[in-house]
Write a new protein. Structure first.
Length: 410
């Protein structure tokens, strides 16, 4: 069966909780295990959909120039057609699907399937299983869900479904009270009939007035929220919407500290799926490797350093004598000088951490900075020697001459 895959990227006005990391690079291109986030989506589409994949489309409102190098490289690497469809402004998770419906349907047979993936989720991507599930039910929409603890569910869309038939009976986006322990994983399979549902939703959600649409009437630029306007108000309880619950790992990169946990989960998978991606321990004359670690070939790591677990070291990084790294991401061009300790932290592109310094997050703290307790350095930060930075967010191009704790350093 023919399939088109769509990755929803959002745009620069979204993902503000990912700052300061998204000030340097678009969030969808932030590296997880030294590959852009959406590289993992594209790989999954290619590997799981194979010859049935007609085309992969990306929808968002980032400037095309920011994405074109990745799109070109990914298309060549995976041998598939990839196109970027740019919204003129933010249209919601369903508005872009409505606006570009003709492009999406082009070449898709009446019995084809549209697979939609949010660009900020990371998981095992059980795409083939979801497509099989969707086709076996033969209805409008299928959604991937996962069970979460009751205290977590208010942060996600919640799905009430029949345990026997899998039909979605009710959907609530980030409810204030407990609704269900099954949450929306941001991965959907749709039949072409969804576009009629989107058109009806667009009629109820007219576009804002713009230079191209001075009347503000409903049109292709209507803002449609897939979760609230389509799932909750139209599809739930209609007999055409079904949920497949996965027990595999899944996470969402909502804030700037999220890549630490996401990297750990992905590394656990890579150990089984692609062991060659991991840096091997026990190599003579090399640094001590503990647990799962990914080190770029161009990095220079001193043999006396101790690295891991859950550490990613990017291109052209320099790690000095006696350095200790644990639950950390060092982005391209970082220099960590001798006898420094970096724990539960992300060090931004081209930053320098001086000798005998300590940079650490506090993952079990109250998290008033909304980073999951992870310390974040933006691009080009310099920390002088013998300083301690604990549970902080540091904006780009700052020089830190003193120790700090629990601060946003502007």
């Amino acid at each position: 069966m023919s399939t088109k895959a769509i990755i929803l990227l959002g745009g620069p006005s979204k993902g503000t909780r990912f700052r300061p990391l998204s000030l340097h690079t678009p969030k969808p291109l932030f590296p997880i295990c030294n590959e852009p986030l959406i590289h993992h989506h594209v790989r999954a589409c290619k590997e799981q959909l194979g010859a049935s994949l007609i085309e992969l489309l990306m929808i968002g409102f980032f400037p095309p120039a920011e994405l074109e190098p990745f799109l070109t490289t990914a298309a060549e690497e995976f041998g598939i057609s990839i196109r970027y469809l740019k919204e003129d402004r933010e249209l919601g998770t369903g508005g872009g699907l409505h606006k570009f419906r003709n492009e999406i349907k082009k070449g898709l047979p009446d019995d084809g399937t549209v697979l939609v993936i949010h660009g900020d989720v990371l998981c095992t991507f059980p795409l083939a299983n979801l497509l099989s599930f969707h086709r076996s039910h033969g209805k409008t929409a299928s959604i991937l869900g996962q069970r979460r603890s009751a205290d977590e569910t208010q942060n996600y869309g919640c799905i009430v479904h029949d345990e026997e038939t899998n039909e979605v009976l009710h959907y609530a986006e980030k409810p204030e009270t407990f609704v269900s322990d099954v949450v929306n994983c941001g991965i959907y399979a749709f039949s072409p009939g969804l576009f009629d549902v989107l058109a009806d939703a667009a009629l109820k959600a007219p576009a804002k007035k713009t230079a191209m649409n001075v009347s503000g009437d409903m049109g292709p630029d209507a803002r449609v929220r897939l979760e609230q306007d389509v799932f909750a108000q139209t599809l739930a309880g209609s007999g055409t919407f079904f949920c497949m619950v996965t027990e595999a790992w899944w996470t969402q990169l909502k804030h700037a500290g999220a890549p630490i946990a996401a990297s750990e989960l992905l590394m656990n998978e890579l150990c089984e799926r692609d062991p060659s991606a991991m840096t091997k321990a026990g190599t003579e004359g090399a640094a001590t490797i503990v647990g799962n670690v990914v080190i770029h070939p161009s990095a220079n790591v001193h043999p006396s350093a101790k690295i891991g677990p859950n550490v990613t070291i990017g291109a052209n990084v320099v790690v000095g004598e006696g350095v200790r790294l644990k639950h950390a991401i060092l982005l391209d061009g970082v220099s960590v000088e001798a006898h420094t300790c970096v724990l539960f932290s992300i060090i931004g592109w081209g930053s320098v951490v001086g000798k005998w310094s300590r940079v650490e997050g506090v993952p079990n703290c109250s998290d008033s900075l909304n980073t999951g307790g992870i310390t974040i350095f933006g691009e080009g930060v310099t920390l002088r020697k013998e300083r301690i930075i604990r549970n902080c967010i540091v904006l780009p191009n700052k020089e830190l001459g003193a120790s700090h704790s629990g601060e946003i350093i502007l």
